[in-house]
Design a protein around this ligand. Structure first.
Ligand SMILES: NC(=O)c1ccc[n+]([C@@H]2O[C@H](COP(=O)([O-])OP(=O)(O)OC[C@H]3O[C@@H](n4cnc5c(N)ncnc54)[C@H](OP(=O)(O)O)[C@@H]3O)[C@@H](O)[C@H]2O)c1
Length: 309
């Protein structure tokens, strides 16, 4: 099968190539998914799991991409709950070969059934951004109605989902970004927009929760905005500053079938918009890693899921 391979840690983007590789191995409780569409994160080349397995052993060359939407093609030993031919989407293991390939092996529990009225392109854009936003707001920060939530990078993949979820949860949402993100962020339901370059953070006042996707100076300055009992939750890296009377934490998103099903239900009922950017073929996956566009870039592998398994 064809897949996007990253050759080794030192080669960077120059080590990416679409090549023929072996068919994935199904372990216990796995399924093999025939990939219809896949999502990736440009920063994957810096992630430990891209280069080493869970025992710390070198696993390069590695297949990139960890978001998949497709059709179940094989069941592993003992796998229950999913059936061959079923439409599914989900998040694949960081330390295993990924979804920028014709087939990917995934633990069945990491996948959610994909409703017939959600297309594979949209579904492939949802697992990382959707689960990250959900876990940040509702698992780590426990946002409640009436609270104020400051969401940095609110026009980006994670931020745009977070704005919509926080607003639906009854929060007062303040989104930040660059000047030309304003209309997108307000259109997603934020009550206020802050242009980080022009306005800075001084005008924001105290908030209950900050979701930071940018890190560095933005994260450092945000700690002081968190009111007593509040939370600064970052996905960019461990925060250096902690709120005076609150919590600061960093987490890495985890697969969760139930949360993904909740997100998919919001997509199919029109309550959640996923911002998809470019949609490219697997042969264009190398260039997809290096270009920067608004919205999540999705790689179509077998768009209809029609190839023989
Ligand atoms: N820990 C985890 O589990 C986890 C999960 C998902 C993502 N992440 C990480 O979180 C980060 C965000 O992910 P994402 O997928 O949401 O990325 P994204 O789609 O690129 O969104 C980031 C947004 O922040 C904006 N931004 C960045 N720096 C800015 C600045 N200085 N001023 C104003 N706006 C700025 C970007 O604008 P431009 O596009 O114009 O730069 C973009 O709109 C990435 O580093 C990603 O690797 C971590």
């Amino acid at each position: 099968m064809r897949a996007l391979l990253a050759a080794d840690r030192t080669a960077g983007f120059g080590g990416l190539a679409v090549r023929d590789v072996g068919h994935p191995h199904t372990a216990e409780n796995d399924v093999v998914v025939r990939v219809c569409a896949a999502g990736f994160t440009p920063g994957e080349l810096d992630w430990p799991g891209t280069w080493t397995d869970r025992n710390g052993h070198d696993r390069a060359p590695s297949v990139l991409g960890h978001e998949v939407s497709g059709v179940v093609a094989e069941l592993g030993f003992g796998t229950t709950g999913l059936t061959i031919g079923q439409r599914v989407c989900g998040l694949t293991d960081w330390a295993r070969d990924g979804s920028l390939a014709e087939y990917v092996a995934v633990e069945a529990r990491n996948l959610a059934p994909l409703p017939a009225d959600v297309d594979h392109t949209t579904a492939a854009a949802l697992p990382i951004s959707g689960l990250t936003a959900w876990q940040a707001l509702f698992v780590h920060a426990t946002v409640r109605p009436g609270q104020s939530v400051l969401i940095h990078g609110a026009a980006g993949a994670v931020g745009s989902v977070a704005v919509q979820l926080a607003r639906e949860a009854g929060a007062h949402v303040i989104g930040t970004g660059r000047a030309d993100d304003r209309d997108v962020v307000l259109g997603l339901g934020a009550a206020e927009f802050v242009d980080l370059a022009a306005d800075g953070l001084d005008s924001v006042g105290e908030v209950d929760v900050v979701l930071d996707v940018i890190g560095g100076d933005v994260a450092n300055r945000s700690a002081a905005l968190v009111r007593a009992g509040g939370t600064l939750v970052s996905i960019a890296g461990p925060p250096e500053n902690t709120p005076r009377d609150g919590r600061a934490l960093f987490f890495v998103v985890e697969p969760d079938r139930h949360q993904l099903a909740e997100l998919l239900e919001r997509v199919r009922s029109g309550r959640l918009r996923v911002l998809v950017g470019d949609v490219l073929e697997l042969g264009d996956a190398v260039s997809a890693f290096t270009r920067r566009r608004r919205g999540k870039t999705i790689i179509r592998v077998d768009p209809q899921g029609t190839a023989p398994s």
